[in-house]
Design a protein around this ligand. Structure first.
Ligand code: GLU
Length: 276
Protein backbone atom coordinates (compact mmCIF):
# COMPACT_ATOMS: atom_id res chain seq x y z
CA UNK A 1 0.00 0.00 0.00
CA UNK A 2 1.26 3.48 -0.82
CA UNK A 3 2.07 5.38 2.38
CA UNK A 4 0.26 8.69 2.79
CA UNK A 5 1.12 10.76 5.84
CA UNK A 6 0.30 14.29 6.89
CA UNK A 7 1.49 17.12 9.06
CA UNK A 8 -1.31 19.30 10.34
CA UNK A 9 -0.22 22.47 12.13
CA UNK A 10 -2.64 25.12 13.35
CA UNK A 11 -1.50 28.62 12.33
CA UNK A 12 -2.06 30.19 15.74
CA UNK A 13 1.58 31.03 16.46
CA UNK A 14 5.12 30.29 15.29
CA UNK A 15 6.16 26.65 15.14
CA UNK A 16 8.57 25.63 17.89
CA UNK A 17 10.90 22.73 18.62
CA UNK A 18 7.97 20.57 19.70
CA UNK A 19 6.35 20.89 16.28
CA UNK A 20 9.71 20.42 14.59
CA UNK A 21 10.19 17.14 16.42
CA UNK A 22 6.78 15.69 15.52
CA UNK A 23 6.93 16.89 11.92
CA UNK A 24 10.48 15.62 11.35
CA UNK A 25 9.37 12.21 12.56
CA UNK A 26 6.26 12.38 10.36
CA UNK A 27 8.30 13.41 7.31
CA UNK A 28 10.78 10.64 7.92
CA UNK A 29 8.06 7.98 8.19
CA UNK A 30 6.51 9.25 4.96
CA UNK A 31 9.71 8.51 3.00
CA UNK A 32 9.25 7.00 0.43
CA UNK A 33 5.59 7.90 0.20
CA UNK A 34 3.48 11.01 0.06
CA UNK A 35 3.49 13.75 2.69
CA UNK A 36 0.63 16.21 2.91
CA UNK A 37 0.60 19.59 4.66
CA UNK A 38 -2.85 20.39 6.00
CA UNK A 39 -3.53 23.85 7.33
CA UNK A 40 -5.74 23.39 10.42
CA UNK A 41 -7.06 26.94 10.51
CA UNK A 42 -10.62 26.31 11.74
CA UNK A 43 -10.12 28.42 14.83
CA UNK A 44 -10.66 31.70 13.03
CA UNK A 45 -10.29 33.76 16.19
CA UNK A 46 -6.70 32.55 16.70
CA UNK A 47 -5.50 31.62 13.20
CA UNK A 48 -3.62 34.29 11.27
CA UNK A 49 -2.47 34.36 7.62
CA UNK A 50 1.03 35.47 8.63
CA UNK A 51 1.41 32.30 10.70
CA UNK A 52 0.39 30.20 7.67
CA UNK A 53 3.13 31.84 5.62
CA UNK A 54 5.59 31.47 8.51
CA UNK A 55 4.86 27.77 9.00
CA UNK A 56 5.38 27.04 5.31
CA UNK A 57 8.69 28.93 5.31
CA UNK A 58 9.94 27.45 8.58
CA UNK A 59 9.12 23.88 7.55
CA UNK A 60 10.90 24.35 4.25
CA UNK A 61 13.93 25.88 5.93
CA UNK A 62 14.02 22.89 8.26
CA UNK A 63 14.20 20.58 5.24
CA UNK A 64 10.65 19.21 5.36
CA UNK A 65 9.06 18.93 1.93
CA UNK A 66 5.56 17.84 1.10
CA UNK A 67 4.00 16.77 -2.16
CA UNK A 68 0.46 17.97 -1.45
CA UNK A 69 -0.77 21.11 0.26
CA UNK A 70 0.02 24.82 0.28
CA UNK A 71 3.46 25.50 -1.22
CA UNK A 72 5.84 28.41 -0.60
CA UNK A 73 4.71 29.84 -3.95
CA UNK A 74 1.24 30.29 -2.45
CA UNK A 75 -0.25 27.56 -4.67
CA UNK A 76 -2.25 24.67 -3.19
CA UNK A 77 -1.06 21.53 -5.00
CA UNK A 78 -2.56 18.05 -5.01
CA UNK A 79 -5.75 16.17 -5.85
CA UNK A 80 -7.47 16.93 -2.53
CA UNK A 81 -7.20 20.75 -2.59
CA UNK A 82 -8.11 22.91 -0.79
CA UNK A 83 -5.81 21.84 2.04
CA UNK A 84 -6.91 24.60 4.43
CA UNK A 85 -9.69 23.46 6.75
CA UNK A 86 -11.41 26.84 6.67
CA UNK A 87 -12.13 26.13 2.99
CA UNK A 88 -13.40 22.60 3.50
CA UNK A 89 -16.67 23.20 5.28
CA UNK A 90 -19.03 21.12 3.14
CA UNK A 91 -17.55 17.66 3.89
CA UNK A 92 -17.70 18.49 7.61
CA UNK A 93 -21.35 19.51 7.29
CA UNK A 94 -22.12 16.24 5.45
CA UNK A 95 -20.41 14.17 8.15
CA UNK A 96 -22.29 16.11 10.81
CA UNK A 97 -25.64 15.35 9.13
CA UNK A 98 -24.72 11.68 8.87
CA UNK A 99 -23.96 11.53 12.60
CA UNK A 100 -27.13 13.40 13.40
CA UNK A 101 -29.30 11.10 11.31
CA UNK A 102 -27.68 8.09 12.95
CA UNK A 103 -28.51 9.48 16.41
CA UNK A 104 -24.82 9.41 17.32
CA UNK A 105 -24.71 13.03 18.50
CA UNK A 106 -26.92 15.28 20.61
CA UNK A 107 -27.30 19.01 21.11
CA UNK A 108 -25.59 20.42 24.19
CA UNK A 109 -26.48 23.74 25.75
CA UNK A 110 -24.00 23.60 28.63
CA UNK A 111 -21.82 26.65 29.08
CA UNK A 112 -18.15 26.47 29.94
CA UNK A 113 -19.17 27.50 33.40
CA UNK A 114 -21.61 24.56 33.72
CA UNK A 115 -18.71 22.23 33.05
CA UNK A 116 -16.26 23.82 35.42
CA UNK A 117 -16.92 21.36 38.22
CA UNK A 118 -16.83 18.29 35.96
CA UNK A 119 -14.22 15.69 36.87
CA UNK A 120 -11.18 15.14 34.75
CA UNK A 121 -10.11 11.72 33.55
CA UNK A 122 -7.61 10.13 35.94
CA UNK A 123 -3.95 10.38 34.90
CA UNK A 124 -4.90 12.45 31.86
CA UNK A 125 -1.97 14.79 32.29
CA UNK A 126 -1.74 15.36 28.55
CA UNK A 127 -5.44 15.82 27.86
CA UNK A 128 -7.27 18.25 30.05
CA UNK A 129 -10.74 17.96 28.56
CA UNK A 130 -13.09 17.28 31.49
CA UNK A 131 -15.36 14.22 31.39
CA UNK A 132 -18.72 15.51 30.23
CA UNK A 133 -21.28 14.74 32.96
CA UNK A 134 -24.04 13.88 30.45
CA UNK A 135 -26.36 16.76 31.35
CA UNK A 136 -27.74 17.11 27.79
CA UNK A 137 -27.70 13.47 26.73
CA UNK A 138 -31.49 13.28 26.77
CA UNK A 139 -31.94 16.24 24.39
CA UNK A 140 -33.75 15.65 21.11
CA UNK A 141 -31.60 15.84 17.97
CA UNK A 142 -34.53 17.53 16.20
CA UNK A 143 -33.68 20.97 17.54
CA UNK A 144 -33.26 23.81 15.07
CA UNK A 145 -31.74 26.15 17.62
CA UNK A 146 -28.02 26.92 17.31
CA UNK A 147 -26.30 24.72 19.88
CA UNK A 148 -23.10 22.80 20.27
CA UNK A 149 -23.23 19.05 19.51
CA UNK A 150 -21.58 16.16 21.31
CA UNK A 151 -20.81 12.60 20.35
CA UNK A 152 -22.36 10.05 22.71
CA UNK A 153 -19.55 7.67 23.65
CA UNK A 154 -20.31 3.98 24.40
CA UNK A 155 -19.68 4.04 28.14
CA UNK A 156 -17.55 1.15 29.31
CA UNK A 157 -16.26 0.13 25.87
CA UNK A 158 -12.47 -0.12 25.72
CA UNK A 159 -10.80 0.93 22.48
CA UNK A 160 -7.55 -0.77 21.58
CA UNK A 161 -4.93 0.14 19.04
CA UNK A 162 -1.34 -0.70 18.35
CA UNK A 163 0.74 2.47 18.22
CA UNK A 164 3.82 2.24 16.01
CA UNK A 165 5.89 4.30 18.48
CA UNK A 166 4.17 3.84 21.86
CA UNK A 167 3.13 0.18 21.66
CA UNK A 168 -0.30 -1.22 22.59
CA UNK A 169 -2.82 1.39 23.81
CA UNK A 170 -6.25 1.15 25.36
CA UNK A 171 -8.73 3.77 26.54
CA UNK A 172 -12.18 3.26 27.99
CA UNK A 173 -15.08 5.45 26.90
CA UNK A 174 -16.80 7.21 29.78
CA UNK A 175 -13.75 6.81 32.04
CA UNK A 176 -10.69 7.94 30.10
CA UNK A 177 -12.69 10.39 28.01
CA UNK A 178 -16.33 11.40 27.79
CA UNK A 179 -18.87 12.73 25.29
CA UNK A 180 -16.88 15.16 23.15
CA UNK A 181 -17.77 18.11 20.95
CA UNK A 182 -18.21 17.59 17.24
CA UNK A 183 -19.65 21.02 16.47
CA UNK A 184 -19.33 24.32 18.29
CA UNK A 185 -22.34 26.53 18.88
CA UNK A 186 -21.10 28.94 16.18
CA UNK A 187 -21.18 26.12 13.61
CA UNK A 188 -17.43 25.49 13.53
CA UNK A 189 -16.63 21.76 13.50
CA UNK A 190 -14.42 20.47 16.29
CA UNK A 191 -10.85 19.34 15.76
CA UNK A 192 -11.99 15.70 16.22
CA UNK A 193 -14.58 15.86 13.46
CA UNK A 194 -12.55 17.87 10.96
CA UNK A 195 -9.48 15.68 11.52
CA UNK A 196 -11.32 12.41 10.91
CA UNK A 197 -13.14 13.71 7.83
CA UNK A 198 -9.94 15.10 6.31
CA UNK A 199 -7.73 12.11 7.12
CA UNK A 200 -10.25 9.93 5.27
CA UNK A 201 -10.78 12.35 2.37
CA UNK A 202 -7.01 12.69 1.92
CA UNK A 203 -6.58 8.88 2.10
CA UNK A 204 -4.09 9.09 4.97
CA UNK A 205 -2.68 5.66 5.78
CA UNK A 206 -0.77 6.59 8.97
CA UNK A 207 -1.38 9.47 11.37
CA UNK A 208 1.76 10.74 13.10
CA UNK A 209 1.26 13.28 15.89
CA UNK A 210 2.30 14.06 19.45
CA UNK A 211 1.54 11.65 22.25
CA UNK A 212 -0.58 14.30 23.96
CA UNK A 213 -3.24 13.27 21.41
CA UNK A 214 -3.45 9.57 22.33
CA UNK A 215 -6.87 9.98 23.90
CA UNK A 216 -8.05 11.98 20.93
CA UNK A 217 -7.17 8.99 18.80
CA UNK A 218 -9.58 6.87 20.85
CA UNK A 219 -12.28 9.52 20.33
CA UNK A 220 -11.52 9.64 16.63
CA UNK A 221 -11.73 5.86 16.31
CA UNK A 222 -15.33 6.12 17.49
CA UNK A 223 -16.09 8.82 14.92
CA UNK A 224 -14.43 6.80 12.17
CA UNK A 225 -16.61 3.82 13.06
CA UNK A 226 -19.80 5.88 13.26
CA UNK A 227 -19.08 7.44 9.86
CA UNK A 228 -18.07 4.13 8.24
CA UNK A 229 -14.62 5.44 7.28
CA UNK A 230 -11.46 3.38 7.04
CA UNK A 231 -9.08 3.68 9.94
CA UNK A 232 -5.46 4.72 9.46
CA UNK A 233 -2.67 3.35 11.64
CA UNK A 234 -1.18 5.58 14.35
CA UNK A 235 2.25 6.68 15.52
CA UNK A 236 2.39 9.09 18.48
CA UNK A 237 5.74 10.78 18.96
CA UNK A 238 7.16 11.59 22.39
CA UNK A 239 6.90 15.29 23.13
CA UNK A 240 9.81 17.68 23.16
CA UNK A 241 10.39 18.71 26.77
CA UNK A 242 12.33 21.70 28.01
CA UNK A 243 15.09 21.46 30.62
CA UNK A 244 12.44 21.47 33.38
CA UNK A 245 10.53 18.59 31.81
CA UNK A 246 7.70 20.80 30.57
CA UNK A 247 6.24 20.80 27.09
CA UNK A 248 6.52 23.93 25.01
CA UNK A 249 3.66 26.37 24.54
CA UNK A 250 2.99 28.34 21.35
CA UNK A 251 3.96 31.51 23.20
CA UNK A 252 7.42 30.11 23.96
CA UNK A 253 9.04 32.20 21.27
CA UNK A 254 12.55 31.57 22.52
CA UNK A 255 12.26 28.08 21.12
CA UNK A 256 10.44 28.95 17.93
CA UNK A 257 12.12 27.73 14.77
CA UNK A 258 12.18 31.35 13.63
CA UNK A 259 14.10 32.64 16.64
CA UNK A 260 16.59 29.78 16.51
CA UNK A 261 17.12 30.42 12.83
CA UNK A 262 17.60 34.15 13.38
CA UNK A 263 20.10 33.44 16.12
CA UNK A 264 22.28 31.77 13.49
CA UNK A 265 21.58 28.05 13.98
CA UNK A 266 21.65 25.88 10.86
CA UNK A 267 18.73 23.63 9.85
CA UNK A 268 20.83 20.62 10.90
CA UNK A 269 21.42 22.13 14.36
CA UNK A 270 17.72 22.80 14.84
CA UNK A 271 16.87 19.27 13.63
CA UNK A 272 19.37 17.82 16.13
CA UNK A 273 17.94 19.94 18.94
CA UNK A 274 14.37 18.96 18.12
CA UNK A 275 15.18 15.27 18.07
CA UNK A 276 17.47 15.33 21.13
N1 GLU B 1 -3.79 20.84 14.44
C1 GLU B 1 -3.53 19.81 15.41
C2 GLU B 1 -2.42 20.26 16.32
O1 GLU B 1 -1.65 21.12 15.93
C3 GLU B 1 -3.17 18.55 14.68
C4 GLU B 1 -3.17 17.32 15.46
C5 GLU B 1 -3.07 16.11 14.54
O2 GLU B 1 -2.02 15.91 13.92
O3 GLU B 1 -4.06 15.39 14.44
O4 GLU B 1 -2.32 19.80 17.45
Amino acid sequence: MHYRGRIAPSPTGYLHLGHARTFLIAADRAKPGTLILRNEDLDTARSRPEFVQAMIEDLHWLGIHWQEGPQPSGKDTGPHAPYAQSQRRSPYAAAFQQLRQAGAIYPCTCSRRDLQGAVRAPHAEDDDEPLYPGTCRHRSPLTEAPTAWRFRVPDGETLHFEDALQGPQHFTAGTDFGDFLVMRRDGVPSYQLACVVDDAAMAITEVVRGRDLLRSTARQMLLIRALGLSQPTYAHADLYLDEHGNRLAKRDNARSIRTLRQSGLSPQQVRDLALS
